[in-house]
Design a protein around this ligand. Structure first.
Ligand SMILES: Nc1ncnc2c1ncn2[C@@H]1O[C@H](COP(=O)(O)OP(=O)(O)O)[C@@H](O)[C@H]1O
Ligand SMILES: Cc1cn([C@H]2C[C@H](O)[C@@H](COP(=O)(O)O)O2)c(=O)[nH]c1=O
Ligand SMILES: [Zn+2]
Length: 193
């Protein structure tokens, strides 16, 4: 389990920030892990702000909600640059569904961390076709800490790293839950239907 390198307040923030990335397939526990880390920061009385892309309207407009219904208040934003202004006074910045953000999120995350903030980012590392998703590869590259979480393969019970799309849509963005996707291991992903 991820343990914070340190937590709590410090007067001298410059250069003391860092970036954490939590990645994996759908249902792998990314949002739960994000919420767990953010709740611990709240317990430490840190100023926490959470953001998600406005297009992710699945459960709630202003809550980040996990598949097992854990939730935390968040601010939906159109562009990653909006986060810079909105998080100006926060110590810890959480970002969910990072794969849907523009590439500018990489610069934004670096700026926040350079300004002394702890930045925790959760997102899908791969899309339905097994290709890298949005800004995730670069975010993984610049992060100090990367945690890859795994779901259970819906077909064989193995370790799932892929999000298999159940429909024939080829659109990169297709919001959905178990109606549209199932987590699969490499073998079951490759075997298709
Ligand atoms: N096949 C599965 N493997 C693992 N967890 C699953 C599966 N199906 C449903 N879940 C539920 O999903 C939860 C993880 O949800 P969540 O954190 O929202 O995942 P993610 O953000 O990675 O999609 C698990 O704790 C579990 O209750
Ligand atoms: C694989 C894949 C997923 N999506 C969508 C489906 C869901 O709405 C989110 C992922 O949510 P989770 O918190 O990780 O379960 O992304 C998509 O639009 N395109 C894809 O290829
Ligand atoms: Zn499998």
């Amino acid at each position: 389990m991820f343990v914070e390198p340190h937590i709590g307040r410090s007067e001298d923030h410059a250069g003391k920030g860092w970036i954490e990335v939590v990645c994996g397939s759908m249902f792998s526990g990314k949002t739960e892990e994000l919420i767990r880390r953010l709740n611990r920061a709240l317990i430490a009385k840190q100023k926490v702000e959470i953001f998600k892309p406005k297009l992710d309207t699945r459960y709630d407009k202003t809550q980040v909600v996990s598949h097992n219904q854990n939730s935390i208040r968040s601010t939906p934003v159109d562009f990653s640059e909006d986060i810079l202004l909105l998080a100006a006074t926060s110590e810890v910045v959480g970002i969910d569904e990072a794969q849907f953000f523009d590439e500018e999120l990489v610069t934004v995350a670096n700026k926040l961390a350079n300004n002394g903030k702890r930045v925790i980012i959760a997102g899908l590392d791969m899309d339905f076709s097994g290709k890298a998703f949005g800004p995730m590869p670069e975010l993984i590259a610049i992060a100090e800490y990367v945690t890859k979480v795994h779901a259970i393969c819906a077909r064989c019970g193995g370790i799932a790293t892929y999000s298999f799309r159940l429909s024939t849509s080829k659109s990169k963005v297709l919001l959905g839950e178990k109606d549209k996707y199932e987590p699969r291991c490499r073998r079951c992903f490759l075997s298709g239907q």
